[in-house]
Design a protein around this ligand. Structure first.
Ligand code: FAD
Length: 424
């Protein structure tokens, strides 16, 4: 069996793997071009907010961790600092010191409106998510604080069994395989695969976890798996001094864990559903940048992408979630925790990782907001009740691309794995 070839229905969805892969190909044709246009590649991100949760130790200053900011001349003037009345928020109008809200009640993340002063403008295409070398205790602390303190439905092997803060600083399963060089690679790979229990591989899921909590874990694990997939498909081979896909990296972090692999597809379907719902709004959105070539391209590509997304049909049922007497409380808890995850991104000690961590949590949060903060009718008619900032729209479409690219990479690794097994 090819461990990079998942089969059957993607659980908690109405799609199987083959269908998701085939419609992804159709979406990718316009999407891959769309994200290269000026509107979608330009984003303002507040990369230098302090970490509010623990004392971070140093930052990664290696070349590949650094983000190159855009010059002001490269950012359409209309998006740059506008005069915003910062006092005009909330019920205490004027009676509090000038303070901007981090989020509204509808938001699932800290939003950081681009019209405020904080943050730098970046070109996402010039700063791709890929291997940076950021790893060790700092990176582990971020992931573990997310799983152990801000997540629901986490399988036991990821829970805080040591019961203390310090347990975040160790690799909980201790089984990350070193990236060994070819002569030892096969033996290492086989013994690594054999060492995993069924629970670790996600073959047995914890029973009786409510759907909403399960979804929360799957979103986070899928994001983590997608980031890892990008690291492994764009990996720096220091010996050969070149960027290339690294199969053992992929297998040891994602391929050997069917649940992680599946959660990438799960996120792709969740985002697909949100974009389907937002279709009329996304069609009428003002994407102008003042650059005729780019503006023309978005006018052509956006409807094309939305048509492909619509044709995917019913892939995810958001109407089953947050119902009943506990629904509203659960939604509140879900929002609080996801917002917290977006804040934890400030603790990531590598600029480029922080850029992508923040952008993708905002992208997923935008999808959740579209699905769970507004009724369907809000996306028809005049859209007056909707409140989506430009950066949320950019983050949503960019994150959709990132998951689409992960699925494309899985297909590539599948071929590499097949060759590897054939040579065995
Ligand atoms: P980690 O990926 O750090 O995982 C820690 C533990 O979590 C694992 O031991 C395992 O038990 C569990 N785990 C792993 N994956 C999953 C999953 N999908 N679902 C559930 N549990 C899981 N590095 C880069 O090179 N480039 C980047 O762009 C980058 N971006 C990052 C963004 C953020 C927000 C963070 C926190 C880190 C980022 N990193 C990046 C670092 C990278 O994610 C890893 O932490 C690092 O490569 C070390 O990997 P690891 O094998 O020790 O396990």
């Amino acid at each position: 069996q090819n461990i990079c070839k998942p089969e059957g229905v993607i659980s908690d969805t109405y799609s199987d793997f083959d269908f998701a892969e085939s419609f992804r190909h159709k979406v990718a044709a316009p999407l891959d071009k769309l994200i290269r246009t000026k509107f979608f590649r330009t984003l303002k991100v507040d990369l230098y907010r302090p970490c509010h949760f623990w004392r971070t130790e140093g930052s990664c200053f290696q070349r590949d961790c650094i983000v190159t900011p855009l010059d002001d001349d490269d950012v359409p003037a209309s998006w740059q600092m506008q005069t915003v009345d910062h006092t005009n928020f909330g019920p205490f109008l004027g009676s509090f010191p000038r303070q901007r809200p981090e989020h509204t009640d509808k938001d699932f993340a800290v939003v950081n409106d681009e019209t405020f002063g904080d943050g730098i403008w970046v070109d996402l295409i010039e700063n791709p998510e890929r291997f940076t070398g950021y790893a060790g205790a700092g990176a582990n602390a971020v992931w573990m604080s997310i799983y152990q303190h801000n997540c629901f439905g986490v399988p036991p092997y990821l829970q805080d069994t040591a019961g203390g803060w310090g347990s975040q600083l160790v690799n909980v399963d201790g089984k990350s395989m070193p990236f060994v060089q070819p002569p030892r690679r096969r033996r290492e790979l086989v013994s690594f695969l054999e060492s995993l229990s069924e629970e670790e591989r996600g073959v047995t899921m914890p029973a009786d976890v409510p759907l909403e909590y399960r979804m929360f874990y799957r979103i986070v694990s899928g994001l983590h798996a997608s980031i890892s997939t990008h690291i492994c498909s764009d990996y720096f081979n220091a010996t050969a001094d070149r960027w290339e896909p690294n199969l053992s990296c992929f297998i040891s972090r994602i391929g050997a864990f069917p649940d992680r692999l599946q959660n990438i597809y799960f996120n792709f379907l969740l985002l697909t559903r949100a974009i389907q719902r937002m279709e009329p709004y996304l069609l009428s959105y003002d994407y102008s940048t003042g650059i005729p070539k780019d503006d023309k391209a978005v006018k052509r590509l956006m409807p094309k992408m939305l048509r492909a997304v619509k044709r995917a049909g019913f892939v995810f049922d958001d109407s089953e979630l947050f119902l009943g007497s506990s629904g509203a409380a659960m939604k509140g808890e879900f929002k609080d925790n996801f917002r917290n995850i977006s804040r934890i991104m400030d603790c990531t000690g590598c600029e480029k990782c922080r850029l992508w961590g923040k952008t993708q949590t905002l992208g997923i949060a935008t999808a959740l907001k579209a699905l769970f903060s507004y009724p369907d009718r809000a996306f028809r008619g005049s859209f007056t009740s909707l409140d989506f900032k430009r950066n949320e729209i950019v983050a949503l479409i960019t994150t959709y691309f990132q998951f689409s690219y992960s699925i494309k990479s899985i297909e590539m690794f599948r071929g590499m794995y097949q060759d590897f097994v054939t040579d065995w």
